[in-house]
Design a protein around this ligand. Structure first.
Ligand code: PLP
Length: 373
């Protein structure tokens, strides 16, 4: 099986797994049980991991709150801001190409009295900064815009976006789930106020992630979703998942950037463009993109392709979270692809263990399919 679905999830790195294992049985203490050594050992391990994660995104360790993943962090950020600030204003701005975790949370709040603006994107998947600026009113309490899109890899211009939002005194939440580990993400340099990340996209375990919550310039406050015990500065109660947190920290520690993945991605794209000429289109090609992601529109239906390659190749149509719904991708249709064009589009996402031989094999597989068609 050739795995080119790293944007859906990644395998746990062997180094990460090794770091986690002692915390399941040997060092099994509760990080809140600071009355004995097993507890303080667990607490220390959590704080070391928190410091590593904070270093990765350039925040203070106490600004990072552990959650069960990005979906929970997104809920905490958006509902948490709305609950605390809705007397100041009820307006939230987001983008049509966001992950469903953001869109569904905003839709939920719409039923609770929020007014939501869903910004459009252009054919390249980018928002119009002037439209963003015009949309912000004195009732806008939050703007939620992702850094890297999970389906296309398209990168929004976050530093320009934060300047606009802060000039209008609103709060900015960024879903950086797909950006972290693939490109450097610095919350200070980018001016981000709230940001979610998830360990399973960076060779860490599933079920752990977190939310960066800015403590100064400006200090951002939130209403918690989960009460009880006062863990995580009372923002997220519940016994900490120590083994997973240790793994998350280790996954951050071993992040490294080089251009090898991008070279393989480009090799795949070049070969397919050569093979299909103008019968294919790379969605988002003219926008800044993640180095690992390629979303390609083929001259045949993606489902037929996937049926033919299911046992040998792991790829995706749309995102893992929405493919069960069997609808054309909301991301691609927002980028003005027709329903039929969206249905012909496939996401290839490469990762740490992708090899050149695998890419050569994928090109061969697709070439065979083309010849059979
Ligand atoms: N946001 C984006 C952009 C994602 O790609 C994902 C995962 O697919 C999520 C949020 C949800 O993350 P999690 O699986 O940690 O809940």
């Amino acid at each position: 099986m050739i795995y080119l679905d790293y944007n859906a999830t990644t395998p746990v790195d062997a180094v990460v797994l090794d770091a986690m294992l002692p915390y399941f049985n040997e060092k099994f203490g509760n990080a809140a049980s600071i009355t004995h050594l097993l507890g303080t050992q667990a607490k220390d391990a959590v704080e070391i991991a928190r410091a590593k994660i904070a270093q990765t995104i350039n925040c203070e360790p106490q600004e990072f709150i552990f959650t069960s993943g990005s979906t929970e962090a997104i809920n905490l950020a958006i509902k948490g801001v709305f609950q605390l600030y809705h007397k100041k204003g009820n307006h939230i701005i987001t983008v049509k190409t966001e992950h469903k975790a953001v869109l569904d949370t905003c839709q939920y709040l719409q039923n609770k009295g929020a007014t939501i603006t869903f910004l459009n994107v252009d054919k390249n998947g980018l928002i119009d900064l002037a439209e963003l600026e015009k949309s912000i009113t004195d009732k806008t309490i939050l703007v939620a815009i992702m850094y890297a899109n999970n389906e296309t890899g398209i990168l929004q211009n976050i530093s320009e976006i934060t300047k606009i939002i802060h000039a209008k005194n609103s709060i900015f939440f960024c879903d950086a789930t797909q950006a972290i580990g693939k490109i450097p993400v610095d919350v200070q340099a980018l001016g981000i106020d709230l940001m979610c990340v998830s360990a399973h996209k960076i060779y860490g375990p599933k079920g752990i992630g977190g939310l960066f919550v800015r403590r100064k310039n400006p200090r951002v406050s939130l209403e918690p979703l989960i009460h009880g015990g006062g863990h995580e500065r009372s923002l997220r109660s519940g016994t900490l998942n120590v083994p997973s947190i240790v793994g998350f920290g280790k996954a951050c520690e071993i992040i490294s950037y080089d251009n090898s993945i991008e070279k393989l991605r480009d090799k795949l794209e070049q070969a397919l463009l050569h093979l299909f000429k103008n019968e294919i289109k790379i969605n988002g090609k003219n926008a800044p993109r993640l180095p690992n992601t390629s979303n390609i529109m083929f001259p045949f239906k993606a489902v037929d392709f996937i049926r033919a390659t299911k046992s040998s190749l792991a790829i995706a149509t749309g995102s893992a979270c929405t493919s069960a719904e069997n609808l054309p991708s909301h991301v691609l249709t927002a980028m003005q692809l027709t329903k039929q064009e969206a249905e012909r589009s496939i996401r290839f996402s490469l990762g740490r263990y992708t090899t050149e031989q695998e890419i050569v094999e994928v090109i061969r597989l697709i070439s065979n399919l083309k010849n059979q068609a």
